[in-house]
Design a binder for this molecule. Structure first.
Ligand SMILES: [Zn+2]
Length: 246
């Protein structure tokens, strides 16, 4: 029997070969739209991989405004920033240099006295430090953990933007107290989890403990029972309690 197309598809039928092609194309466009939208929104993921197909141009356009980002950590920084919509227009300079502390964030000196929207913040990424801290330099961490610790640094900025000059100076003086730092860093980890980077922070927390061979961070102020940086179990506990992660 000879196959006759017009028997299956009458002229009035919407399922003509041509229409099917058009529909396929429309479905493709819809999928492409959904996919590109996903790339620029905060989607909680267990693991980000360097091989992921992510619309980095979209991330750059949406979260790269007023940011100075070194090429070598561009993807990680843009991904971490994409979880902080409130910092979309904030001026942040990420800088790689030889410095003891693996990572640090703060407003630039004169910024403290400027209007909040005119401030510039600086995230310093160490490229070289003492032997003990070398394994936890950003470049020596996994991609997922890099996003996590950058998320922690950016969480500091998300707090600074809401503080006035006096409060920021107070936070500076607070750094003289071990107990204050415990609270300050713990709250920053929590902010990072609440922004959706809990799994990445967890990857960092696990990796740092492995690399430094520390099982648990003991708080510096021995009298309190708080942790300075959250232990992996604590991060997991907060994720379990948060609706965001269900
Ligand atoms: Zn911190």
């Amino acid at each position: 029997m000879k196959f006759r197309k017009d028997v299956i598809f009458s002229e009035n039928d919407i399922f003509t070969t041509k229409n099917i092609e058009i529909m396929k194309f429309l479905i493709y466009l819809v999928l492409l739209f959904i996919f590109s939208q996903q790339a620029v929104s905060q989607v909680i993921r267990k693991e980000f991989l360097l091989s992921d197909t992510i619309n980095f141009e979209g991330l750059q356009a949406e979260f790269g405004q007023n940011k100075t980002i070194p090429k070598e950590f561009e993807k990680q920084i843009l991904l971490a920033l994409s979880f902080y919509a409130e910092l979309r227009n904030t001026k942040i300079v990420f800088k790689v240099k030889n410095t003891l502390i693996p990572l640090a964030s703060r407003p630039t000196f004169w910024s403290v006295f400027k209007r909040r929207k005119n401030r510039t913040y600086k995230v310093t990424i160490s490229s070289k430090t003492i032997a003990f801290l070398t394994p936890i330099l950003l470049k020596n961490l996994s991609y997922n953990a890099q996003i996590g610790v950058l998320g922690h640094e950016i969480a500091h900025i998300a707090e600074y933007i809401n503080k006035n000059a006096w409060q920021i100076m107070g936070m500076g003086f607070g750094q003289l107290s071990g107990k204050y730092i415990d609270k300050f860093e713990y709250a920053t980890d929590l902010r990072c989890i609440e922004h959706g980077l809990g799994y990445q922070l967890l990857a960092w927390s696990v990796q740092v403990r492995e690399k430094l061979q520390v099982k648990e961070w003991k708080n510096v102020s021995a009298k309190s029972s708080s942790e300075r940086y959250m232990n992996p179990e604590t991060i997991e506990k907060y994720m379990k309690e948060s609706e965001k992660y269900q």
